[in-house]
Each structure stands twice: as C-alpha cells, then as structure tokens.
Design a protein around this ligand. Sequence first.
Ligand SMILES: Cc1cc2nc3c(=O)[nH]c(=O)nc-3n(C[C@H](O)[C@H](O)[C@H](O)COP(=O)(O)OP(=O)(O)OC[C@H]3O[C@@H](n4cnc5c(N)ncnc54)[C@H](O)[C@@H]3O)c2cc1C
Length: 428
Amino acid sequence: MLLDPAPGTAGNTRSAVDTLRLQVQNIALCSHIRPHDGEATGVTYELNEEQKSIQDLVRRVAREKVAARADEIDRTAEYPHDMFELLKDLGLFALPFPPEYGGIGSTLAACIAVEELGRVCYNTGYLLVVQWTPFGAIFAGGTEEQKQRLLPGLASGELRGSLSLTEPQSGSDVSGIKTTARRTADGYVLNGAKIWATNSDIADFILVAAKTQDESGAPLGINLFIVDKGTPGLTVGRKEDKMGARGVPSCPLFFDNARISAESRLGPEGGEGFKVAMEALNTSRPIVAARAVGIAQGAIDHTVKYIQERRAFGHAISDFQGARWMVADMAMQTEAARQLVYRTAAMVDAGVTGKALAPMAAMAKCFASDVAMKVATDAVQLFGAAGVSAEYPINRYFRDAKVVQIIEGTNQVQRNIIAGSLLGKAAK
Ligand SMILES: Cc1cc2nc3c(=O)[nH]c(=O)nc-3n(C[C@H](O)[C@H](O)[C@H](O)COP(=O)(O)OP(=O)(O)OC[C@H]3O[C@@H](n4cnc5c(N)ncnc54)[C@H](O)[C@@H]3O)c2cc1C
C-alpha cells in the first residue's frame, strides 16, 4: 500500500489528538495485537483495524501538530519538550510494551507510529525510538523488580532512558570497551568514558555497558548496569553538534568512581547476561528501520509536490520521463522497505527470537536505511539547487538518512550478521 502524498489539511486537530489518545487506551484495555499467523517460520501480517486506525490518526497528528515544528527542531538542535509531551499525552510510548507493563504489545503498531512521525519530523519519531531502546534489554535481562521499576514508567513517558555502549576507541566492536565495573562489598564502582549516549542528558537512568571485575580486578565479562541520573561520579558532557538527528542530544559520559548498588546490574555477572540483552536489541531493530521508511516516504511526499510546481523548458519537471522514472524507483524501493520492516515487526510480535529473527532484523534495518539514503539523495537531486538550500526541508531528510545507516549497528555490521547467518563466522 502506498501512502497518500504530501500533507493536506485533514480534519480538526483537537479531535485527531483526542481520538488517538482514546484509541490507544482502548486497545490497551481490550487486546494484545497479534499478527494473523502465529507460526514462527511463516509469519505473515495484515494491518488489523486498530493498527489502521493508529496509522490514520498518527498521520493526522503528524501533519497537523508535528510538521510545523520539524525545521525549527532541526535548526536549533534543541530537545523538543513540546513534542515529548504530545506523544506522552497521546499514550504512544506504550505501543510496544507488553500489557503487564502498561503497553499494548505491538511492535508493528510502534513501527507504524514511528514511520508516520518520521515522515514529517525525524526527531519527533526519534523520541519514541530512544524511549524504546532500553526496553528490550530490560525486558530480556532484567529481574521482575527492575522491570516493574522501569518499564511502566517508560511506557507512560514518566521515565526516560538511554543506552550507552559506545566509547571513543570502540563502537562496532563492543568487546573493546574499557569502562569497568569493579565489584565492592555492596555493589560496583564504575570508571571510564563513553561517547554518543543519546538522550543521556535528559534521561532518568542510563543503561551502561561495562567490563565487570571481581574485587581483585579480575575480568568477569561485560554487563549492562542501570545508572540513575545524578549518581555521584557520573558526569554527562556537552552534546555533540550533529549533522542529523539533531533534536535528541547525544553526549559523552564520564565515570569517576561512580558507586552503584548490586541491584543495578542487569542479568547474571559475566558475558551471558550481556548476550541476552544484546540479542534483545534485535527486537527493536524493526523500529529503527521504520524511521528510515518514514524518511523515504517523507522525501517522496516533498518531491512529488515540488516537481509538479517547478518548471523548466516550458514544462513541469514532473513531465520529464527521466524525473518520472526516478520517482517511480523511489516509491518502489520505499514500498519494498516498508513490507520488510512490517513483516519483521510481525515476527517480533509473533515471538520469533534468536537466529530466526537476527538476520531479518538486520535486513530490515540495513535495507530500509540504504533505501532512505538513496531516496533522499534522489530527492535532493530533483530539487536542484533548492535541495541544497536550507530554505527547503529536503536536505534535512538527506542528513537524517545518513545517520540511520550508521546508528544501532552500522550497515556493514548488519551485512556481517546476514552473511554470518548464511555462511557462519568468517575464518580469521
Ligand atoms: C546520531 C548518533 C546517535 C548514537 N547514539 C548512540 C547511543 O545512544 N548509544 C550508543 O552506545 N552509541 C550511539 N551511537 C554510536 C553508534 O552506535 C556508533 O557510532 C556505531 O556503532 C559505529 O561505531 P563507530 O562510530 O565507532 O564506528 P567504527 O566501529 O569505528 O567503524 C568505522 C567504519 O568501519 C566499519 N566497520 C567496523 N567494523 C567492521 C567490520 N567488522 N566489517 C566491516 N566494516 C566494519 C563500520 O561499519 C564503519 O563504516 C550513536 C551514533 C550516532 C551518529
């Protein structure tokens, strides 16, 4: 299904917001959205009435309340508190969380919401995604006490989280981190430095990856630790000045003998707990990929409008076959990405995990973000010099698309996962 183009003047904003809030609440009360085929290996999907309704309503809210803010958020690179409050008010943070933690348990609905917001404003869609990034790790590796403490708050928007793996010397190679968590009599003491911890300056807690050591400093493997805002010894540094994804800050973190309790550790000590948490990131990968679909569709929306208005050689640009075929390719690739993302999301909702999910999740993220980059590049080309000018929004889509190819595991790393599922590990 191709989404209808360019923002219009649909409906009354207040009623769209109210209706969406009610819709999310009703679904939370009544049902756990499921794909219509629960077989792990043959998952298919069809958007059910609730999901279609969420799509329609988020689309309206995006056009009527979010689109007008998109350029300003990008230009000022200031955290959009108003957009966070809007999403919270609508109840959208709840979408992927299981009902027992206040959600409706639908990764597919989460993808649809992210896509529709990202279509007009990447940064507002990003507010949902950062809220959901720590969720998978806590859900997979957390104790019931940790889940009860953190997940309902994330689902309602009362709490904000951040996930910090990357360090100056190691991004893709997580095993190369140097931050340590040394066991003490009553917990751990953290030392080290992180970079690119998105949302960390606003978050109530940060999930921090560190190399766990016993009291003597002997290595025990990597763990994630829940570090609360304001923990003595934790300093959040100055935010990066980014090319894209500018509205949600990414900051360095410094740990100088930061003391945390034993209950802050996620999962058992050593590599196993970390592995479980990292595998859980596969479940949020379709949501990351949905951002890319939103970017691609938004770039198409703007391009279709622009080339019908802009004229050259006595014709609208949209009359030239060369331009028409470019737009056809953009639509074709975007639709293929959308179907891959929705199907992967349906697999997550059907409970597919591990080796069955990992390559699909990698394909969805890699393919959708490569498509977003290609589509946004062609969109800028079709705008001509206007595509380069800050007067038009299209260069924002181009800059944001580049970011999605790099974050949450670069697209080379995704290709390694896919190849590994076919060929096993490469010989060294
Ligand atoms: C906007 C933004 C937000 C971010 N938010 C977060 C966050 O919230 N939390 C967090 O922990 N991190 C975050 N990051 C960091 C991000 O996860 C890393 O940048 C990413 O994992 C890549 O790591 P790197 O930059 O160190 O690149 P490197 O690992 O140094 O890689 C450099 C290049 O080499 C390639 N490469 C590396 N290894 C291989 C290989 N085995 N095979 C083939 N090619 C390879 C990479 O694909 C890349 O092209 C964010 C980054 C950005 C830009």
